[in-house]
Design a protein around this ligand. Structure first.
Ligand code: ADP
Ligand code: ZN
Length: 294
């Protein structure tokens, strides 16, 4: 059997998996993200147990995705200081001696859904995660979009709601970006409690849907995705997805015409892979790396 390695790196944990051509995960290990000195050897040992053909990584960012750059595959400015400027891809290439495919965690999630989940039938889709941070993975004609660095869809600027009780935002860079106004930490800052403890208070979610709906409307107009997927911890709030659907269409205000929008429930959908879209996307990156390696 031919196996691939898949890795989803996160600020708190690393998910390592071994998968096959069909997208079956045959082995998985999750370890806390501490320091490279501690975490890297454990991951390398895990992947060494299997003769993996290639490794795919969906990484927290910012990460250097430009193959022509001298710091390709480095984690760049993370607040996790021990990982700042860490040569993630070179370390794996050197120790495992296999080709490594790399993308952002959100592009990987978008790829996972496209390979084995709810966007299999379209080639232009986006994956929005709303959790500790907000990120957007973008697939254009089936390929993750990078551009100059990689998109930072969580930091698009929004109109503040006039009745928002929070005066500033929780993004240190922007006073009114999406992440600063609508991430899990923004909910906690605004209301003094975590999202999961606010589920019974309607105005919390009306405001949340207002911001997420504004962002989704912007993504619809700018990127013209054929389907939009939303995941992440905050989207676990019952009813929020439907509220965002309604808010986004209200803000588009009938301007976009497509048969896809005639059925909004199949246009804006929840993540479909039970939290495995990121690791499955990393598996897809490994498969792609195999196809393109000499
Ligand atoms: P991360 O973004 O760190 O990978 P998650 O996607 O699980 O992790 O998001 C964590 C955030 O989601 C936290 O801010 C948490 O308070 C929030 N969260 C978790 N469950 C819910 C819920 N049921 N309703 C609203 N917010 C939630
Ligand atoms: Zn911001």
């Amino acid at each position: 059997m031919d196996y691939y390695g898949a890795l989803e790196t996160g600020g708190t944990k690393m998910v390592c998996a071994i998968g096959d051509d069909q997208g079956h995960i045959v082995q998985q290990m999750t370890i806390p993200t501490t320091t490279p000195a501690e975490t890297m050897p454990a991951m390398i040992a895990f992947f060494r147990e299997y003769r993996i053909r290639t490794l795919g990584i969906g990484s927290f960012g910012p990460v250097d995705l430009n193959p022509a750059s001298p710091t390709y595959g480095f984690i760049t400015d993370t607040p996790k200081l021990a990982w700042q400027n860490f040569p993630l891809v070179p370390e794996f290439q050197n120790t495992l001696s296999v080709p490594v495919g790399l993308d952002t965690d959100v592009n990987a999630a978008a790829l996972g859904e496209a390979a084995w989940g709810c966007t299999r039938d379209v080639s232009n889709s986006i994956y929005i995660t709303v959790g500790t941070g907000i990120g957007v993975g973008i697939l254009v004609e089936g390929k993750p979009y990078h551009g100059m660095i990689h998109p930072e869809g969580g930091h698009i600027l929004l109109h503040r709601h006039p009745d928002d009780p929070m005066e500033d935002s929780c993004c240190p860079f922007h006073r009114h970006c999406l992440e600063g106004l609508a991430s899990g930490p923004a909910l906690e800052k605004r209301w003094g409690r975590k999202g999961e403890e606010l589920s019974q208070i309607p105005r919390v979610w009306e405001l949340e849907a207002y911001y997420l709906g504004q962002a989704v409307a912007t993504y619809m107009m700018l990127l013209s995705p054929e389907r939009i997927v939303m995941g992440g911890g905050v989207m676990r709030q019952p009813g929020l997805l439907a509220m965002v659907r309604e808010a986004s269409l209200r803000q588009v205000n009938g301007y976009l015409r497509s048969p896809r929008l005639a059925d909004p429930d199949s246009y804006l959908v929840g993540a479909s892979l039970q939290g495995r879209q990121g690791i499955l996307g990393a598996l897809r990156l490994a498969q792609e790396a195999f196809k393109t390696s000499p």
